[in-house]
Design a protein. Sequence first.
Length: 177
Amino acid sequence: MPLVNQSAEPDCWKALPSWGPEPAAPPGLTWQGLMRRALRLARAGARVGEIPVGALVVGPEGEILSEAHNETEALHDPTAHAEVLALRRAAAKIGNHRLGGCVLVVTLEPCLMCTGAIRESRVSGVVFGASDARAGAVCSCLEGLDYAQTGAQPWSYGGVEAAPCADILREFFKVRR
C-alpha cells in the first residue's frame, strides 16, 4: 500500500524561526551541523519509501551515539519512528536506558509517542527542525515534554534548519498525493 498523506492542510510542517534561548551545543559541534546530519538521514529514509524524518543522539562530550530514520514501513512497526529508534540504539550502545546528558536532534517536532519515549530516556534536551501543526507534541499541538508529574523535564529548542526540514516533508508527500 503506498504512503498517502490524508491531511487536508497542505502546509502542516512549519518552518518557524528558532525560539527560546539557544542552548550550548556539545563541544566542537553546532546545532545546524547536527541538523544537517539528521537531514541526510531523513533523505536516506525517503529514498527507501519512509517518511523523511532523521534523528540522532549526541552524547555529553559531542560523540554521536546513534542515528536513525523512520523505519515504520520496513519494520511494519508503528513505533519505529526515527526518535524511538535513535533512543533505543543509543541506550543499547551505552548499556543503560538512562541517557542523561545526551541530546536528541530530530528533523521534525516529535509526536506524543516520541515525547513519552524522550521523557523515559531522560535525555537532557531535544533539538528539532520543523514544527508539526498536525501532530507535534513539544509545542505545536501538545506539550508532551512539560508534564511535571514525572521526573526531570528535558529542555527543547526548535526551528534549527527549519526550512529544509519542512521542505523535505512537503516534497515527499507532494509526490505521493
